[in-house]
Design a protein. Structure first.
Length: 208
């Protein structure tokens, strides 16, 4: 069972804090200042438990990884393409066709400043720190997906919450099978980069 201290920590930093960030009543400056607390705390724990956090226990087979990602990509790419086509066809591939340089820059920023840190916090750190919350893998994936989803409350968009819940479950599953920060970040970057490319960038906080 998860220790009481860890459970309280989980609720405060991964539930209450994201809800706070999603409340419009508080200023962006205050939110930024408060964000320093969990940021510093996670860094402290990461340094303290670095030998366990970064211990590789599984060997990834790239061919199998790419096969699974390829199958999932077909579903994700086709479903989001149809969604944009029927809801906002004017946005379809507008980022890459109208501002390709900005599109490329935003993909790099997204990958290195969003995807990689998120996968460290929500997969590497979360799996190590709170793995004893349940001994049922599927339930743990669901909890992780829920936590990942509410981490996006600041966007105030139900579609974002739904997509991040589905994505969170996929990434939790991938990380559990690979134990690789690198490979789960690659998968996250592919799906997220596609959403930005297909025309869903604005709901995810991008300028185009």
């Amino acid at each position: 069972m998860l220790a009481k201290k860890h459970f309280t920590e989980l609720i405060v930093f991964f539930v209450i804090f994201p809800i706070f960030l999603g409340l419009p009543e508080f200023s962006a400056q205050l939110k930024l200042q408060i964000s320093i607390i969990p940021f510093v705390y996670i860094i402290y724990l990461s340094i303290r438990y670095r030998s366990s956090l970064f211990k590789k226990t599984k060997q990834v087979k790239p061919i199998q990884f790419w096969k699974k990602v390829g199958i999932r990509s077909l579903f994700i790419f086709s479903s989001t393409l149809l969604y944009i086509q029927f809801t906002n066809p004017e946005l379809l591939f507008t980022s890459i066709t109208t501002q390709p340089t900005l599109w490329f820059r935003m993909l790099l920023i997204y990958t290195f400043l969003s995807v990689i840190p998120q996968e460290y916090i929500y997969r590497v750190f979360f799996f190590y720190r709170y793995r004893k919350i349940t001994y049922t893998p599927q339930l743990f994936y669901l909890i992780n997906a829920f936590i990942f989803s509410i981490g996006h409350l600041m966007f105030h968009n139900w579609l974002v919450l739904l997509m991040t819940f589905i994505g969170g479950y996929i990434f939790a599953y991938t990380y559990s099978k690979t134990k690789s920060w690198f490979w789960v970040s690659v998968e996250h970057a592919i799906y997220g980069g596609w959403l930005f490319t297909v025309g869903m960038g604005k709901i995810l906080g991008f300028p185009i």
